[in-house]
Design a binder for this molecule. Structure first.
Ligand SMILES: [Fe+2]
Length: 128
């Protein structure tokens, strides 16, 4: 499942960013904390995909990916301003993965909604 793959990608992204900070000679503990939080959020969001929380999960995931996309675009611009090509490349790589995940989620929104509504109808019928 792409969600599981993206969780792995997120861990790699955190490492990529840690390496950037290490190169810049700054402690990466803050980024490690942030990376840990992002991974935890990703895990909790992927857990939401089960059961009848699928609609909220899809909405939260799609929103979260776009927050990440905006963050990477800002970081790429900032790295460009200070002329740090390494940070720019790392953030561009992360950005591509985030955009791929957001595209995949977007492509599933209609199907997920239809499936949820059909299941909801079936549950209501069987409760009669
Ligand atoms: Fe993501």
């Amino acid at each position: 499942m792409l969600v599981t793959l993206h969780l792995e990608e997120t861990k790699q992204q955190a490492k990529r960013l840690e390496q950037c900070l290490d190169r810049m000679g700054e402690g990466s503990s803050t980024l490690k904390d942030a990376g840990g939080k992002i991974i935890a959020m990703g895990q909790s969001i992927s857990g939401i995909f089960a059961g009848d929380e699928v609609m909220k999960g899809s909405l939260a995931s799609y929103t979260f990916e776009h927050m990440e996309i905006a963050s990477y675009k800002m970081l790429i611009a900032a790295a460009g301003e200070i002329g740090d090509a390494g940070v720019q490349r790392a953030c561009e790589e992360n950005l591509r993965e985030e955009e791929a995940m957001a595209d995949w989620l977007e492509s599933r929104l209609g199907t997920v909604t239809s499936e949820f509504l059909r299941r909801d109808e079936r549950d209501a019928d069987s409760a009669k």
